[in-house]
Design a protein around this ligand. Structure first.
Ligand SMILES: NC(=O)c1ccc[n+]([C@@H]2O[C@H](COP(=O)([O-])OP(=O)(O)OC[C@H]3O[C@@H](n4cnc5c(N)ncnc54)[C@H](O)[C@@H]3O)[C@@H](O)[C@H]2O)c1
Length: 367
């Protein structure tokens, strides 16, 4: 019998576009194919990439709501690189979600093709839609700062009996009250804030750890990011950035035995540069002292297409959440969250987290 993982998505932006393109780009991959870049394994406990089926989707943008998912992922303001353009008609219509705090006020000052445009429709009953579609897992891709919308989708997952994967930095898996709710409903949760394959965070974590391991004294560091997608446009509002800043900063701090003060470790989105579209540029600097108190510094510039960078991690997260569902395990998945997310309930060094996930796959650890 064909295995299936039925997935619902809240927020059909650039990340969802890259994920769905990836599912079809790698449709024929099996255990004998060369390892797909950005995945742990081509097949995890029998689950292939092609076993992931999108069965339900929610958005609020007038150019996406009412369309088949296969068309909506290419609608503006999505601007990520198209690496798989022929996506078959999925027969899944994008439904109107409640807007809540999903759309930042300042977006209205920008041209329509660059920003969200709210559809003139009444929101559907999300829980009912999830149940009707048979979704087993709900993926949350709300814009940064969408505290209410994220809590709404987390609550909907609980009510509809879905596992939850929280790809953005509102604290759900890493919040003990929410974690308890998922435990009580015996539903798995992986979160919060998806890591990228090779992005600014992992480079920053690795370099700071390396310098510390080699005995240098770290003094200051910054990581400034610019990009031209709606994620960066949204983040022009500093009021929406609180959790994002904590998530990214803690992800680096957690690797240091001697923490830097927040004044000495500055991490954040620096600006919105429309022509960059989904390209993200990270400028990173680390300063410290070596033997003899002699100063050193390192500067690095990383340029990546932002959205495909995390899609492989999400494909792994989906299959790990499904394994937990199969094994009837609820609550935060500690191993998957610490390997795949910037703000997991517990932080581990990346190599250790990877080992823990391998043990989870082999059923040698519970979560
Ligand atoms: N690119 C990455 O690698 C990466 C890494 C970590 C975290 N993230 C986070 O993932 C999230 C999604 O990123 P993205 O680049 O796809 O963003 P995006 O701006 O392209 O997409 C967000 C989508 O959500 C929709 N939306 C807004 N409010 C909604 C609501 N109330 N209900 C349903 N839909 C709603 C928008 O219309 C849009 O389609 C962001 O929070 C981002 O910071 C991305």
């Amino acid at each position: 019998m064909e295995k299936e993982i039925k997935v619902a998505i809240a927020g059909l932006g650039n990340c969802a576009s890259s994920l769905i393109q990836g599912i079809f780009y790698y449709h024929n991959v099996n255990e004998n194919s060369p390892l797909v870049p950005g995945l742990m394994h081509n097949v995890i406990s029998g689950y292939k990439i092609s076993d992931i089926k999108i069965v339900s989707a929610f958005d609020i943008d007038k150019r996406k709501v009412g369309k088949d998912v296969s068309e909506a992922i290419f609608a503006p303001p999505n601007c990520t690189k198209v690496f798989k353009k022929d996506i078959p008609h999925l027969g899944v219509t994008v439904k109107m979600g409640p807007v809540l705090d999903g759309v930042a006020e300042h977006m209205k000052d920008f041209p329509e093709e660059k920003r969200f445009v709210v559809a003139d429709e009444k929101p559907v009953d999300v829980v009912e839609e999830l149940k009707k579609s048979g979704a087993e897992i709900l993926l949350n891709y709300m814009p940064v700062g969408s505290e209410k919308a994220t809590r709404f989708y987390a609550e909907s997952a609980l009510k509809a009996g879905c596992a939850f994967i929280n790809c953005m930095p509102v604290f759900i898996a890493s919040n003990s009250e929410w974690a308890r709710k998922f435990e009580e409903h015996n539903l798995p949760i992986i979160g919060d804030d998806i890591k990228s394959q090779v992005g600014a965070t992992i480079i920053h974590r690795t370099l700071t750890r390396l310098f510390e391991k080699r005995g240098t004294k770290l003094e200051h560091s910054y990581q400034l990011n610019v990009g031209g997608n709606t994620d960066f446009l949204n983040m022009l509002s500093r009021a929406r950035l609180k959790s994002k800043k904590i998530s990214k900063t803690e992800s680096v701090e957690s690797q240091l035995s001697e923490r830097l003060s927040y004044d000495d470790l500055h991490i954040g989105p620096a600006d919105y540069v429309p022509w960059l579209k989904d390209q993200k540029i990270c400028f990173l600097r680390i300063e410290g002292r070596k033997f003899g108190d002699v100063p050193f510094n390192i500067e690095l510039r990383l340029s990546v297409e932002d959205s495909p960078n995390s899609a492989g991690c999400v494909i792994d997260a989906i299959r790990l959440a499904k394994l937990a569902l199969d094994r009837k395990i609820g609550g935060p998945l500690i191993s998957a969250s610490s390997y795949l997310m910037k703000s997991p309930p517990q932080q581990y060094p990346d190599e250790e987290a990877r080992k823990m996930v391998e043990e989870f796959i082999q059923n040698k650890r519970e979560r």
